[in-house]
Design a protein around this ligand. Structure first.
Ligand SMILES: CC(C)(COP(=O)(O)OP(=O)(O)OC[C@H]1O[C@@H](n2cnc3c(N)ncnc32)[C@H](O)[C@@H]1OP(=O)(O)O)[C@@H](O)C(=O)NCCC(=O)NCCS
Length: 139
């Protein structure tokens, strides 16, 4: 199987990949905007077929947020998720300010924190300060 990474994700690919998860559905307008405003995107193709994606939102200062990391079920366990994350993180590091530091954050889906720990992410605790989130439903 030949895996190729490319720095783009189309609206159709995003909706197809997201549709394989149990995550909330997004409108096409939302997806167009989130793709336009993501600093780094990666799409994985296996023998020409789109099988995965991931993206990073970055303020070009010090905060980056990893989102929408998805590999199709039939292609999981082949190192594609890791390849995509390493690609994104390398591009993020290359775009960071010299002499500064980066804070890369994410929300791991249930059962997926081990995948991110292998990439160097650590879980926050009450002692280090929980990550928190607030969800709004738009009108
Ligand atoms: C999470 C996900 C992206 C992992 O992709 P993947 O291509 O199957 O992962 P990889 O094959 O690249 O795995 C890389 C390493 O992480 C490990 N790993 C993968 N999933 C793991 C998990 N759920 N828990 C612990 N370790 C995991 C692998 O064993 C591998 O370890 P190794 O380097 O020692 O061999 C994939 O399972 C997925 O798309 N899940 C559905 C969507 C989802 O929940 N995404 C996460 C959103 S936060």
């Amino acid at each position: 199987m030949e895996i190729k990474l490319e720095p783009e994700i189309s609206l159709k690919e995003y909706q197809m990949l997201r549709g394989t998860t149990s995550w909330a559905k997004l409108t096409d307008r939302q997806v167009k905007k989130l793709l336009k405003h993501s600093a780094f995107k990666v799409r994985a193709k296996a023998d020409g077929k789109t099988v995965g994606m991931a993206r990073i939102i970055f303020d070009y200062g010090y905060t980056a947020y990893v989102s929408d990391v998805i590999v199709l079920a039939d292609f999981q366990g082949h190192g594609i998720g890791k390849m995509m994350m390493e690609d994104l993180l390398a591009r993020l590091k290359a775009a960071s300010e010299p002499g500064g530091f980066l804070n890369v954050v994410l929300q791991a889906a249930p059962g997926k924190s081990g995948f991110y720990e292998k990439l160097g992410f650590t879980k926050r605790t009450e002692e280090t300060g929980w990550g928190m989130c607030l969800r709004y439903n738009s009108n």
